[in-house]
Write a protein that binds this ligand. Sequence first.
Ligand code: DGY
Length: 328
Amino acid sequence: MADMQRVPCRVIVTRSLPDPLPARLRAEGTAWINLEPRTLSGDEILSAAEQISADVLLVMAMDRIDGALIARLPKSVCIIATLSVGHDHIDLDAARARGIAVLSTPDILSDAVADMGMLLALGAARRAREGMQLLYGCSWTGWSPTQLLGKEVSFARMGIFGMGRIGRALARRAQHGFGMEIHYHNRSPLSPQLEDGATFHATLDGLLDVSDFFVVAAPSTPATKARLDAAAFARLPTGAVVVNVSRGDLIDDAALIAALRSGHVAAAGLDVFNNEPAIDPDYLTLPNVFLQPHQGSSTTRTRVRMGELLLDSIHAVRAAEAVSNRLV
Ligand code: DGY
Protein backbone atom coordinates (compact mmCIF):
# COMPACT_ATOMS: atom_id res chain seq x y z
CA MET A 1 0.00 0.00 0.00
CA ALA A 2 2.85 2.38 0.90
CA ASP A 3 4.04 2.77 -2.69
CA MET A 4 0.76 2.93 -4.49
CA GLN A 5 -0.92 6.12 -5.60
CA ARG A 6 -3.45 7.04 -2.91
CA VAL A 7 -6.76 8.65 -3.73
CA PRO A 8 -6.91 11.86 -1.63
CA CYS A 9 -9.63 11.66 0.97
CA ARG A 10 -11.58 14.15 3.03
CA VAL A 11 -11.42 13.29 6.70
CA ILE A 12 -13.11 14.66 9.81
CA VAL A 13 -11.00 14.01 12.92
CA THR A 14 -12.87 14.55 16.18
CA ARG A 15 -9.83 15.13 18.44
CA SER A 16 -6.29 16.29 17.75
CA LEU A 17 -3.84 13.48 17.05
CA PRO A 18 -0.15 13.18 17.97
CA ASP A 19 2.51 14.14 15.42
CA PRO A 20 3.21 13.16 12.71
CA LEU A 21 -0.40 12.10 12.04
CA PRO A 22 -1.91 15.57 11.34
CA ALA A 23 0.80 16.32 8.77
CA ARG A 24 0.22 12.95 7.09
CA LEU A 25 -3.54 13.54 7.00
CA ARG A 26 -3.07 16.93 5.37
CA ALA A 27 -0.52 15.57 2.89
CA GLU A 28 -2.92 12.83 1.82
CA GLY A 29 -6.08 14.87 1.38
CA THR A 30 -8.31 17.33 3.19
CA ALA A 31 -8.46 17.08 6.96
CA TRP A 32 -10.81 18.93 9.30
CA ILE A 33 -9.37 18.38 12.78
CA ASN A 34 -11.12 19.43 16.00
CA LEU A 35 -8.40 21.20 17.97
CA GLU A 36 -10.60 21.99 20.97
CA PRO A 37 -9.93 19.81 24.03
CA ARG A 38 -13.45 18.44 24.18
CA THR A 39 -15.71 15.84 22.64
CA LEU A 40 -17.85 17.19 19.79
CA SER A 41 -21.63 16.92 19.80
CA GLY A 42 -23.33 14.86 17.09
CA ASP A 43 -24.51 18.07 15.43
CA GLU A 44 -20.96 19.42 15.33
CA ILE A 45 -19.68 16.20 13.73
CA LEU A 46 -22.47 16.35 11.14
CA SER A 47 -21.89 19.98 10.34
CA ALA A 48 -18.12 19.43 9.88
CA ALA A 49 -18.82 16.38 7.69
CA GLU A 50 -21.20 18.41 5.53
CA GLN A 51 -18.80 21.35 5.35
CA ILE A 52 -16.03 19.33 3.65
CA SER A 53 -18.20 16.57 2.10
CA ALA A 54 -16.24 14.10 4.20
CA ASP A 55 -15.49 10.58 3.00
CA VAL A 56 -14.21 9.48 6.38
CA LEU A 57 -15.05 10.15 10.03
CA LEU A 58 -12.03 9.44 12.22
CA VAL A 59 -13.57 9.25 15.69
CA MET A 60 -12.66 8.42 19.28
CA ALA A 61 -14.12 6.06 21.85
CA MET A 62 -15.86 9.02 23.51
CA ASP A 63 -17.84 9.97 20.38
CA ARG A 64 -21.34 8.49 20.33
CA ILE A 65 -21.84 7.34 16.75
CA ASP A 66 -25.34 5.97 17.17
CA GLY A 67 -27.98 5.01 14.63
CA ALA A 68 -29.58 8.48 14.65
CA LEU A 69 -26.27 10.17 13.82
CA ILE A 70 -25.37 7.59 11.17
CA ALA A 71 -28.77 8.10 9.52
CA ARG A 72 -28.05 11.84 9.20
CA LEU A 73 -24.49 11.54 7.81
CA PRO A 74 -23.96 13.05 4.37
CA LYS A 75 -23.96 10.49 1.56
CA SER A 76 -20.27 11.19 0.95
CA VAL A 77 -19.26 9.35 4.17
CA CYS A 78 -18.15 5.82 3.35
CA ILE A 79 -15.85 4.99 6.29
CA ILE A 80 -16.01 5.44 10.07
CA ALA A 81 -12.60 4.77 11.59
CA THR A 82 -12.25 4.68 15.37
CA LEU A 83 -8.98 5.27 17.21
CA SER A 84 -9.79 2.49 19.65
CA VAL A 85 -10.11 -1.25 19.91
CA GLY A 86 -13.48 -0.81 21.64
CA HIS A 87 -16.39 -0.18 19.28
CA ASP A 88 -19.33 -0.09 21.70
CA HIS A 89 -19.80 3.62 20.82
CA ILE A 90 -20.64 2.83 17.18
CA ASP A 91 -23.89 1.32 15.93
CA LEU A 92 -22.41 -1.28 13.60
CA ASP A 93 -25.80 -2.41 12.30
CA ALA A 94 -26.71 1.14 11.31
CA ALA A 95 -23.35 1.55 9.54
CA ARG A 96 -23.82 -1.77 7.74
CA ALA A 97 -27.32 -0.75 6.66
CA ARG A 98 -25.92 2.40 5.06
CA GLY A 99 -22.98 0.58 3.46
CA ILE A 100 -20.44 2.43 5.61
CA ALA A 101 -17.25 0.53 6.48
CA VAL A 102 -16.12 0.62 10.12
CA LEU A 103 -12.44 0.29 11.09
CA SER A 104 -10.84 -0.04 14.53
CA THR A 105 -7.35 -0.54 16.01
CA PRO A 106 -7.07 -4.06 17.45
CA ASP A 107 -3.78 -5.72 18.44
CA ILE A 108 -1.53 -2.72 18.11
CA LEU A 109 -2.47 -1.40 21.57
CA SER A 110 -2.53 -4.68 23.49
CA ASP A 111 0.93 -4.28 25.01
CA ALA A 112 0.35 -0.69 26.16
CA VAL A 113 -3.01 -1.58 27.72
CA ALA A 114 -1.55 -4.70 29.36
CA ASP A 115 1.22 -2.54 30.84
CA MET A 116 -1.50 -0.32 32.27
CA GLY A 117 -3.20 -3.41 33.73
CA MET A 118 -0.03 -4.29 35.63
CA LEU A 119 0.38 -0.67 36.77
CA LEU A 120 -3.17 -0.71 38.14
CA ALA A 121 -2.73 -4.09 39.84
CA LEU A 122 0.54 -2.97 41.43
CA GLY A 123 -0.68 0.52 42.29
CA ALA A 124 -3.83 -0.78 43.95
CA ALA A 125 -2.24 -3.74 45.74
CA ARG A 126 0.80 -1.77 46.98
CA ARG A 127 -1.29 1.22 48.10
CA ALA A 128 0.42 3.66 45.74
CA ARG A 129 -2.23 6.32 46.16
CA GLU A 130 -1.81 6.39 49.95
CA GLY A 131 1.98 6.40 49.61
CA MET A 132 1.86 9.38 47.26
CA GLN A 133 -0.56 11.11 49.61
CA LEU A 134 1.92 10.74 52.51
CA LEU A 135 4.65 12.40 50.47
CA TYR A 136 2.67 15.05 48.61
CA GLY A 137 0.70 15.87 51.79
CA CYS A 138 4.01 16.30 53.67
CA SER A 139 2.73 13.91 56.34
CA TRP A 140 5.35 11.15 56.10
CA THR A 141 7.04 10.67 59.45
CA GLY A 142 9.59 8.11 58.21
CA TRP A 143 9.98 4.38 57.54
CA SER A 144 8.14 1.94 59.76
CA PRO A 145 7.71 -1.85 59.62
CA THR A 146 3.93 -1.46 59.55
CA GLN A 147 3.67 1.43 57.09
CA LEU A 148 1.07 0.90 54.35
CA LEU A 149 1.26 -2.88 54.30
CA GLY A 150 -0.11 -4.02 50.98
CA LYS A 151 -0.97 -7.20 49.14
CA GLU A 152 1.79 -9.07 47.34
CA VAL A 153 1.36 -9.30 43.59
CA SER A 154 4.13 -11.80 42.87
CA PHE A 155 2.98 -15.44 42.83
CA ALA A 156 -0.65 -14.50 43.56
CA ARG A 157 -3.62 -15.83 41.56
CA MET A 158 -4.94 -13.58 38.78
CA GLY A 159 -8.35 -14.11 37.17
CA ILE A 160 -8.84 -12.47 33.78
CA PHE A 161 -12.38 -11.88 32.50
CA GLY A 162 -11.90 -11.66 28.71
CA MET A 163 -8.83 -13.48 27.44
CA GLY A 164 -8.62 -11.69 24.09
CA ARG A 165 -5.45 -10.07 22.86
CA ILE A 166 -5.25 -7.60 25.77
CA GLY A 167 -6.11 -10.27 28.34
CA ARG A 168 -3.41 -12.56 26.95
CA ALA A 169 -0.80 -9.77 26.88
CA LEU A 170 -1.58 -9.11 30.53
CA ALA A 171 -1.45 -12.84 31.36
CA ARG A 172 2.05 -13.06 29.80
CA ARG A 173 3.30 -10.21 31.98
CA ALA A 174 1.65 -11.52 35.12
CA GLN A 175 2.74 -15.12 34.59
CA HIS A 176 6.22 -14.77 33.18
CA GLY A 177 7.15 -11.49 34.92
CA PHE A 178 5.47 -11.91 38.31
CA GLY A 179 5.07 -15.68 38.61
CA MET A 180 1.30 -15.33 38.94
CA GLU A 181 -1.11 -18.23 38.47
CA ILE A 182 -3.49 -17.30 35.63
CA HIS A 183 -7.19 -18.21 35.45
CA TYR A 184 -9.62 -16.88 32.85
CA HIS A 185 -13.19 -16.88 31.63
CA ASN A 186 -14.14 -16.56 27.97
CA ARG A 187 -17.14 -17.84 26.03
CA SER A 188 -14.98 -20.82 25.03
CA PRO A 189 -11.54 -22.14 26.02
CA LEU A 190 -8.47 -21.02 24.11
CA SER A 191 -6.13 -23.42 22.30
CA PRO A 192 -3.41 -24.80 24.61
CA GLN A 193 -0.90 -22.60 22.81
CA LEU A 194 -2.85 -19.38 23.45
CA GLU A 195 -3.81 -20.55 26.93
CA ASP A 196 -0.11 -20.84 27.87
CA GLY A 197 -0.82 -22.77 31.07
CA ALA A 198 -3.79 -20.66 32.21
CA THR A 199 -6.85 -22.38 33.69
CA PHE A 200 -10.19 -21.95 31.89
CA HIS A 201 -13.41 -21.40 33.86
CA ALA A 202 -16.63 -22.09 31.99
CA THR A 203 -18.51 -19.53 34.10
CA LEU A 204 -17.69 -16.05 35.32
CA ASP A 205 -18.78 -17.10 38.80
CA GLY A 206 -16.22 -19.91 38.76
CA LEU A 207 -13.51 -17.38 37.86
CA LEU A 208 -14.63 -14.88 40.52
CA ASP A 209 -14.41 -17.60 43.20
CA VAL A 210 -10.64 -18.01 42.69
CA SER A 211 -9.51 -14.50 41.72
CA ASP A 212 -7.26 -12.82 44.30
CA PHE A 213 -6.61 -10.32 41.52
CA PHE A 214 -9.63 -9.94 39.24
CA VAL A 215 -9.03 -8.15 35.94
CA VAL A 216 -11.80 -6.91 33.63
CA ALA A 217 -10.59 -7.14 30.02
CA ALA A 218 -13.83 -8.25 28.30
CA PRO A 219 -15.50 -5.87 25.82
CA SER A 220 -18.55 -3.80 26.66
CA THR A 221 -21.62 -5.47 25.15
CA PRO A 222 -25.28 -5.60 26.20
CA ALA A 223 -24.46 -8.94 27.91
CA THR A 224 -21.51 -7.61 29.93
CA LYS A 225 -23.10 -4.29 30.98
CA ALA A 226 -23.05 -4.04 34.82
CA ARG A 227 -22.16 -7.77 34.91
CA LEU A 228 -19.84 -7.03 37.85
CA ASP A 229 -22.52 -6.31 40.44
CA ALA A 230 -22.86 -6.86 44.19
CA ALA A 231 -23.39 -10.61 43.76
CA ALA A 232 -20.28 -10.88 41.59
CA PHE A 233 -18.06 -8.94 43.98
CA ALA A 234 -19.38 -11.03 46.90
CA ARG A 235 -17.97 -14.15 45.20
CA LEU A 236 -14.41 -12.81 45.17
CA PRO A 237 -12.10 -14.05 47.93
CA THR A 238 -11.97 -11.57 50.81
CA GLY A 239 -9.22 -9.04 50.22
CA ALA A 240 -9.26 -9.35 46.42
CA VAL A 241 -8.01 -6.57 44.16
CA VAL A 242 -10.18 -5.50 41.19
CA VAL A 243 -8.65 -4.02 38.02
CA ASN A 244 -10.53 -2.61 35.00
CA VAL A 245 -8.83 -1.83 31.67
CA SER A 246 -11.90 -2.40 29.47
CA ARG A 247 -14.94 -0.15 29.83
CA GLY A 248 -16.51 1.35 32.94
CA ASP A 249 -19.97 0.06 32.17
CA LEU A 250 -19.06 -3.55 32.96
CA ILE A 251 -18.94 -2.49 36.62
CA ASP A 252 -21.83 -1.46 38.87
CA ASP A 253 -20.05 1.42 40.63
CA ALA A 254 -22.28 1.42 43.74
CA ALA A 255 -21.57 -2.29 44.25
CA LEU A 256 -17.79 -1.91 43.85
CA ILE A 257 -17.72 1.13 46.12
CA ALA A 258 -19.68 -0.77 48.80
CA ALA A 259 -17.26 -3.73 48.52
CA LEU A 260 -14.27 -1.36 48.79
CA ARG A 261 -15.80 0.35 51.83
CA SER A 262 -16.47 -2.93 53.60
CA GLY A 263 -12.95 -4.16 52.82
CA HIS A 264 -14.26 -7.29 51.10
CA VAL A 265 -12.49 -5.90 48.04
CA ALA A 266 -9.18 -4.63 49.42
CA ALA A 267 -8.40 -2.27 46.56
CA ALA A 268 -9.24 -1.38 42.98
CA GLY A 269 -7.15 -0.11 40.08
CA LEU A 270 -9.35 1.58 37.48
CA ASP A 271 -8.51 3.21 34.15
CA VAL A 272 -12.05 3.32 32.75
CA PHE A 273 -15.34 4.51 34.21
CA ASN A 274 -19.05 4.92 33.73
CA ASN A 275 -19.90 8.42 32.45
CA GLU A 276 -16.35 9.52 31.70
CA PRO A 277 -15.11 12.10 32.54
CA ALA A 278 -17.79 12.62 35.24
CA ILE A 279 -16.75 9.62 37.31
CA ASP A 280 -18.53 8.59 40.51
CA PRO A 281 -17.09 11.06 43.06
CA ASP A 282 -16.92 8.35 45.74
CA TYR A 283 -13.94 6.85 43.91
CA LEU A 284 -12.03 10.06 44.60
CA THR A 285 -12.54 9.83 48.34
CA LEU A 286 -11.65 6.15 48.82
CA PRO A 287 -8.00 5.64 49.85
CA ASN A 288 -7.93 2.09 48.48
CA VAL A 289 -8.56 3.09 44.88
CA PHE A 290 -5.77 3.75 42.38
CA LEU A 291 -7.10 5.66 39.38
CA GLN A 292 -5.91 6.64 35.93
CA PRO A 293 -7.86 8.81 33.44
CA HIS A 294 -8.44 6.28 30.60
CA GLN A 295 -4.78 6.08 29.66
CA GLY A 296 -4.43 2.43 28.63
CA SER A 297 -3.15 2.94 25.10
CA SER A 298 -1.58 6.32 25.80
CA THR A 299 2.03 5.95 24.77
CA THR A 300 3.43 7.95 21.87
CA ARG A 301 4.45 4.80 20.00
CA THR A 302 1.08 3.11 20.37
CA ARG A 303 -1.09 6.14 19.61
CA VAL A 304 0.93 6.95 16.48
CA ARG A 305 0.76 3.32 15.35
CA MET A 306 -3.02 3.28 15.95
CA GLY A 307 -3.39 6.38 13.76
CA GLU A 308 -1.12 4.95 11.07
CA LEU A 309 -3.06 1.69 11.03
CA LEU A 310 -6.29 3.62 10.49
CA LEU A 311 -4.85 5.81 7.74
CA ASP A 312 -3.35 2.80 5.94
CA SER A 313 -6.57 0.85 6.21
CA ILE A 314 -8.71 3.81 5.08
CA HIS A 315 -6.69 3.91 1.86
CA ALA A 316 -6.91 0.13 1.51
CA VAL A 317 -10.70 0.10 1.92
CA ARG A 318 -11.03 2.91 -0.60
CA ALA A 319 -8.96 0.78 -2.98
CA ALA A 320 -11.35 -2.15 -2.33
CA GLU A 321 -8.67 -4.17 -0.51
CA ALA A 322 -9.42 -6.43 2.45
CA VAL A 323 -8.11 -5.31 5.86
CA SER A 324 -8.11 -7.31 9.10
CA ASN A 325 -9.23 -4.36 11.26
CA ARG A 326 -12.52 -3.88 9.39
CA LEU A 327 -15.56 -4.53 11.61
CA VAL A 328 -18.22 -3.89 8.96
C1 DGY B 1 -9.76 1.64 23.25
O1 DGY B 1 -8.88 1.46 22.41
O2 DGY B 1 -10.87 1.10 23.19
C2 DGY B 1 -9.45 2.59 24.38
O3 DGY B 1 -10.15 2.28 25.51
C3 DGY B 1 -9.83 4.01 24.02
O4 DGY B 1 -9.22 4.54 23.07
